[in-house]
Design a protein around this ligand. Sequence first.
Ligand SMILES: Nc1nc2c(c(=O)[nH]1)N[C@H]1C(S)=C(S)[C@@H](COP(=O)(O)O)O[C@H]1N2
Ligand SMILES: [Mo]
Length: 225
Amino acid sequence: MAEAADTGRVTILGRIKEKLIERKEDWAREGRLLTGTHAAPEQRLPPGQRLVRDWPVLDLGVQPDVPLAGFRLDLDGAVERKQSLSWEAFLALPQVESASDIHCVTQWSRYDNHWKGVAVRTLLERAQPKPEAAHVVFHAHDGYTTNVRLDQFDQPDVFLVHQWEGKPIPRQHGGPLRVLIPRLYFWKSAKWIRRIEFVTADRPGFWEVRGYHNNADPWLEERYS
Ligand SMILES: Nc1nc2c(c(=O)[nH]1)N[C@H]1C(S)=C(S)[C@@H](COP(=O)(O)O)O[C@H]1N2
Ligand SMILES: [Mo]
């Protein structure tokens, strides 16, 4: 059942799927889907994964509508120069294309996704994280959060993306803008990104406090903590 709620400029469609969240917490507790094997990064398909051709949608049950007119992306916390970018300002940054694979903790992988967006390193140059900044917390419009170490974020293959296969990323997949960290399980790639917070001490996000692994390397099968 879908329900629309107006939270300022953002419209929320749907309601939080409590049952789905509980089931995934159970899986994490039981270690479901674990094969107990490791793989070298040269091996394209990480252990326990299977290839899909479609692109499954996973969220907490709400898919916020983020109008471009009021769009803001904030970078704040332990940075020298806080940023608050409008959609126009974001698009004025150097735009780059990339291709990468998706690996979801629920065992599906999808090869050769073509993206367009801004390299995270471009944003880091502007925001200038302070020396004590060691972790990053993503805050999304649906209330979702997830965390990575700054050194996992500060990589050449990490982007904030707004196009997939030459078209705007559809709302259900996190449009207008989502994080893309291809070398970690996909739950680290926050959809509907609103704010990137730089922190000195690690702060586990939505799934990380519900039994998911903090580090999330698919080749080490870091599914659950
Ligand atoms: N804002 C937000 N980002 C999110 C999620 C979410 O619920 N909300 N789910 C995560 C999970 S668990 C996965 S697997 C991927 C799914 O992305 P997709 O729906 O585009 O496949 O988004 C991640 N990013
Ligand atoms: Mo996921």
